[in-house]
Design a binder for this molecule. Sequence first.
Ligand SMILES: [Fe+2]
Ligand SMILES: [Fe+2]
Length: 243
Amino acid sequence: MSSTRCLAKQATGLSRRLLQAPSRPLSTSAVLRATTPPSSENPSTESPKKKLKPLTQEQRDFLSSALRVNQAGELAATLIYSSQTPVITRKHPHLRPLMAHMYDQEAAHLTTFNDLIHKHRVRPTALYPLWSVLASGLGWSTAVMGREAAMACTEAVETEIGSHYNEQIRSILEMIAQWEAQGYDVSGEVKQLVDTLRRIRDEELEHLDHAVENDAKKAEPHWLLTNVIRAGCRGAIWVSERV
Ligand SMILES: [Fe+2]
Ligand SMILES: [Fe+2]
């Protein structure tokens, strides 16, 4: 088994359990696609299949902003790791497989959201250049502070991102529950989106576990570093959802 796979398997799963979204049955709707009324409103219909419900403007706006902020966040994550890696692995070569593993997963997340915003014609955040500079600066500066500070950065970022993905999953599941209660079906696209968000959320929490296992808590001063970075993440998420 490769070293990166070993690292992935070693994730404790503690943070995953703490932040796991409630499990609910999945079901209907296209992410940004029009649909038709439920069969109960068409008693003469020959097909027993349930119908999909059109998204409201509010639901469209929510899904668009979710894809936009996720894409911006994954771009930032790749830049943080690519800025940290050369500095950290020069002094700590044993961390090379771990840094490569986390970077590879972030790059795959970015590809996923690039594809989704392109498919659904969602505009990227206008602050893309600003987030790029800030993320690279955050990665480089925490790496210069040392291995523990770099890991504390990952701990802080992934704590916020894990919660952020959980909130999105919860909102979409609530949307699905409403459609089902009204007798509508759920499209494969929405089911797939929930599965994608859950998978990516789990991988982010795996990164959080890796950071804690690699002495993130020993960063000095841990509370200040993590709280400043977490506040920055929350601010960036709030702005990217709107701009
Ligand atoms: Fe990610
Ligand atoms: Fe991550």
